[in-house]
Write a protein that binds this ligand. Structure first.
Ligand code: ZN
Length: 148
């Protein structure tokens, strides 16, 4: 599976003693090389303090061998009223039931993490997730009319 490419602007220095610690998009982060048994892990370094550190994982689905596009198809198929079950999704996409089950579990975790990031960015307490979701649903109903 191809790893999505790493955007260095989304990574900051991990050295708390560095003057560039936590600063995004400063141009101080560079790729130092690859490491690991399959040489698939990226080693970064900070030009400011010269400290090396591991790149954050870019694949949100490390347990699943399917591509993100296939995981998307699994999610959509499972959400489709005419399909809607693990067994039917597996049949439709010619996948193993366990693969579909794992993909759905990991996709749920991924989506919830992303939604929590959105809630945090809007200072909405996580307990008000339902109201946030109702907002999304209402906005979908308005799409093409009042909301762009
Ligand atoms: Zn640094």
């Amino acid at each position: 599976m191809d790893e999505p490419s790493l955007d260095l602007r989304s990574v900051s220095c991990k050295n708390e003693k560095c003057g560039l610690y936590g600063r995004l998009g400063g141009g101080n982060i560079a790729i130092r090389g690859k490491y690991g048994p399959q040489k698939n892990k990226v080693l970064l370094y900070c030009r400011g303090c010269k400290r090396r550190f591991a790149a954050p994982r870019t694949n949100p689905f490390p347990r699943i061998r399917q591509s993100p596009a296939m995981i998307g198809q699994i999610v959509v198929s499972y959400g489709d009223d005419e399909c809607g079950s693990v067994r039917k999704t597996a049949e439709r996409l010619h996948l193993n039931k366990d693969t579909v089950d794992r993909a759905l579990h990991d996709a749920k975790e991924y989506c919830m993490n992303e939604i929590h990031k959105i809630l945090d960015s809007l200072y909405i307490p996580h307990e008000q997730f339902d109201q946030f979701w109702k907002f999304i649903d209402k906005m979908r109903g308005l799409s093409g009319r009042d909301v762009q």
